[in-house]
Design a protein around this ligand. Structure first.
Ligand code: KIV
Ligand code: ZN
Length: 387
């Protein structure tokens, strides 16, 4: 099994989600939890972007051990200097620099020719390399860049000493087959690619960030960039918990594992959701409220006989409170009888039938029937049908 490095960018790319701003103190608390969860790399912010972000990256670099800390920078000296300075006390560090590679970005945003972009990339990687050995380079908007220029840029930065090549799907445009094949072509055609590590960085505009990241793993990348709860620009980034659990659950099919302590997943998710004031969708895979709750009678019946009938992950391994059977209008007799006996009540068959009828009419008028309501219905049924 190959070990896939988990590069967490919740505190940088994740925080770029509109409205997700975190204070330096919140970032430090989250970084501690990410380290506890076993991520391999933390990108704690964008040091040049604000004094608060600089302070957060600096403090996290000083405090967090056992995890590589990554300073983020555009391919310009001021950004690189700030990132190098903010991470100087880290036990292990890397410098992550990016420069656009697609024509649309070069022509309309940077207003640079391709030759100028290659020269900048070369010069800035060489500049950063004086201070930090591990240099990650990202050609931004790579998936909308033609092969020829993408290869040229990657080859140029490897020649200057880049050690990790991250190929981002910046606008979430790629399809899984395309994204995997792009890595294969880069690995086969770019000189020096056997000397570097490859990384995937996917956005979720088409809901494909996790699928694309898995395709990149299949193609041979050794690192995936993720955020907790999938937060990030627009529709977000590849979700850490979904990617990790895909590998945990289907690791054999993928031939890859991560070093994440899955039992911390739920706690991390809750912490980030609260800190950013971003509620988690009820149906969010892995950490959503409904991810391990069951309402349909047939499902509840199967689950009571064997949990694997309708659950492919054990919620307790994710630190999720035990999966719950929700009683509502779709619930069947078996699940209801089970809950009644959990409440310590034994009903005769006749009482059960009476209770079941009143349960169903109440359940028709509300989403979930709660335990205190069950007790009321049970009492009424017992009064009506005396033994
Ligand atoms: O999406 C992106 O391109 C990024 C960087 C890696 C620049 O977040
Ligand atoms: Zn991104």
């Amino acid at each position: 099994m190959r070990k896939i490095m988990i590069f967490d960018t919740t505190l940088r790319d994740g925080e770029q989600a509109p409205g997700a701003t975190l204070t330096p103190q919140q970032k430090i608390v989250i970084a501690r939890q990410l380290a506890k969860q076993g991520v391999d790399v933390i990108e704690p912010g964008f040091p040049i972007s604000s004094p608060g972000d600089f302070a957060a990256v600096e403090q996290i670099s000083r405090e967090i051990t056992g995890v590589e800390i990554c300073g983020f920078a555009r391919a310009v000296k001021g950004d690189i200097d700030a990132a190098v300075k903010a991470t100087r006390d880290a036990e292990r560090r890397r410098l992550h620099m990016f420069l656009s590679s697609s024509s649309i970005h070069l022509d309309f945003q940077l207003r640079k020719s391709r030759e100028q972009a290659i020269a900048m990339a070369r010069e800035m990687v060489a500049y950063g390399k004086q201070f930090v050995d591990r240099i990650e380079f990202s050609p931004m908007d790579a998936t909308r860049t033609g092969d020829e220029f993408l290869f040229e840029m990657i080859e140029a930065v490897i020649a200057e000493g880049a050690t990790i090549i991250n190929i981002p799907d910046t606008v979430g445009y790629a399809l899984p087959d395309e994204y995997g094949a792009m890595f294969t072509r880069v690995m086969q055609n770019v000189r020096g690619s056997d000397r570097v590590e490859f990384s995937a960085h996917c956005h979720n505009d088409l809901g494909l960030a996790v699928a694309n990241s898995l395709a990149a793993i299949k193609a041979g990348v050794s690192q995936v960039e993720v955020t907790v709860n999938g937060v990030g620009e627009r529709a977000g980034n590849c979700s850490m918990e979904e990617l990790v659990m895909a590998l945990e659950t289907r690791g054999n099919a993928m031939g890859a594992v991560t070093g994440i302590r899955t039992e911390e997943i739920f706690a991390t998710s809750q912490m980030v959701s609260r800190a950013m004031s971003f509620p988690i969708a009820f149906n969010k895979p892995v950490v959503g409220r409904n991810a391990f709750q069951h309402e349909a009678g047939i499902h509840q019946d199967g689950l009571l006989k064997n949990r694997n009938t309708y659950e492919i992950m054990d919620p307790e391994r994710l630190g999720v409170p035990r999966s719950m059977i929700i009683l509502g209008k779709h619930s069947g007799r078996h699940a209801i009888r089970h809950r009644v006996s959990e409440l310590g009540v034994e009903l005769t068959d006749e009482q059960m039938e009476d209770f079941y009828a009143s349960f169903k009419s109440l359940a028709d008028s509300q989403k979930v029937v709660h335990d205190h309501q069950l007790m009321q219905l049970i009492g009424d049924a017992v009064n009506r049908v005396m033994e």
